[in-house]
Ligand binder design. Structure first.
Ligand code: S3P
Length: 425
């Protein structure tokens, strides 16, 4: 994909459904009694991998486009898959589903693409093993392929060394099947979509500060799920609106759950011209229409407990920082190294190629804004968030930018380039 500068971006966009919530709707819908209807389901490759895996375990799932109907099999109704469960590129499918598989009365093998086979799985293998799970890495490198032999599990308390919703959720899913209470304490609160959806489906769960406790369940009950727009996808339009001249973009119906809204706070800290208009109450998953206009931005420090609330938006925030006055420091974000790519290295190398003043640190990056960016060849490393971030940078750079592997946006936002283009007309 080749991109050049745009003069202005104007209009409204509705981004696709939230990826995290879409995954969880398939998992909980599959384990529930009754039919779960999901509205606004994200039809991205990652969430389709979740559908595929649960179909392989005997769950009938009708994918009608915007509506997905899951004919739940009940908490103990999954069937042994006859084949490897293929998670594709999806870390969320791998980790959350492993928590479920650990407690089944059958064995399974979980594998995915080249990127997934490099992502750390010890972080879930350790707590699940403490619960009595039999989960091993086939190649002995703590990565997928994983072989999971279902076992009877016991409830534990786990002090997680990382603020990771995938780790927390894997444990909570396993906890549904344990012989007693299971709790997880995190160093900082990560996204809480599992907790909210567990409650909706009738699970006894409570959250206190940084600790979540779940009671074993006997049955889960199907619920209608309405998926809000994904703030991680909205982030590219927010940044594009702020850095492109003569622009104003409204992103409709964006999920602004407080465990996900760190980017809104960063926009405030940087002095962006932004309006957030709530469109639903504060219960469950709150939503808003977000309008961002061309802004005079100033650098800021992004670190500490805010990091888990904007971890996937950091590539987009790094682009934003290139257009701000002064220095932006992103710290406490070492988790970036173990995402779909090493997002510290990939952002720093590619932004340097475009002429940015940026350096990598051990736990983030330092960006001195104000340098004019120029076109370059960008290697996305097939990481969807890298491709989308550099598309936004390319639209504000001199000359032409080529994004290698640009089609990887299919993972979370298949129509990304089309939706962005609509705003230029
Ligand atoms: C996700 C949690 C985050 C995030 C990922 C989706 C989830 O990962 O980066 O894109 O749906 O639980 P970690 O839990 O590893 O931080």
């Amino acid at each position: 994909m080749k991109l050049t500068r745009v003069n202005s971006l104007k209009g409204e966009v509705t981004v696709p459904g939230d990826k995290s919530i879409s995954h969880r709707s398939i998992m909980l819908g599959s384990l529930a009694k009754g039919d779960t209807e999901v509205y606004g389901f994200l039809q991205g490759a990652d969430c389709l991998s979740s559908i595929d895996c649960f179909r392989k375990m005997g769950v009938e799932i009708e994918n009608k486009g915007d509506i997905v109907v899951i004919h739940g099999r009940g908490l103990r109704g999954l069937q042994a898959p006859t084949d490897t469960l293929d998670v594709g590129n999806s870390g969320t499918t791998t980790r959350l589903m492993s928590g479920i598989l650990a407690a089944q009365q059958f064995a399974s093998r979980v594998n995915g693409d080249e990127s997934i086979q490099k992502r750390p799985m010890k972080r879930i293998m350790t707590p699940l093993s403490m619960m009595g799970a039999d989960i091993v890495s086939e190649l002995g490198n703590d990565c997928a392929p994983l072989i999971i032999n279902g076992k009877a599990l016991k409830g534990i308390h786990y002090d997680s060394p990382v603020a990771s919703a995938q780790v927390k959720s894997a444990i909570l899913f396993a906890g549904l099947y344990a012989d007693g209470e299971t709790s997880v304490t995190e160093p900082a609160v990560s996204r809480n979509h599992t907790e909210l959806m567990f409650e909706e489906f009738g699970v006894d769960i409570r959250c206190e500060d940084k600790t979540v406790t779940v009671k074993p369940a006997t049955e889960l009950y199907a619920k209608k799920v309405v998926v809000p727009g994904d703030i991680s996808s909205a982030a590219y339009f927010m940044v594009a609106g702020a850095i492109t001249p003569n622009s104003q973009i409204t992103i409709k119906n964006v999920g602004i759950n407080p465990t996900r809204d760190g980017i809104v706070k960063v926009f405030e800290m940087m002095g962006a011209d932004m309006k957030v208009e709530k469109t639903s109450g504060d219960v469950g998953e709150p939503t808003a229409d977000i309008t961002v206009s061309t802004s005079n931005l100033k650098g800021c420090v992004v670190g500490g407990d805010i990091i888990p609330t904007l971890i996937d938006e950091i590539p987009a925030i790094a682009i934003l920082a290139c257009f701000a006055d002064g220095e932006t420091i992103i710290k406490d974000a070492q988790e970036l190294k173990v995402k779909e790519s090493n997002r510290i290295d990939v952002m720093v190398n590619n932004l340097k190629a475009m002429g940015a003043d940026i350096e990598a640190t051990d736990d983030g990056m330092i960006i001195r804004g104000g340098k004019t960016l120029h076109g370059a060849v960008i290697d996305s490393k097939l990481d969807h968030r890298i491709a989308m971030s550099f598309a936004v940078a390319a639209m504000n750079a001199e000359g032409e930018t080529e994004i290698l592997g640009s089609e990887c946006v299919d993972i979370s936002y298949p129509k990304f380039y089309e939706d962005m283009k609509m705003l230029t007309e």
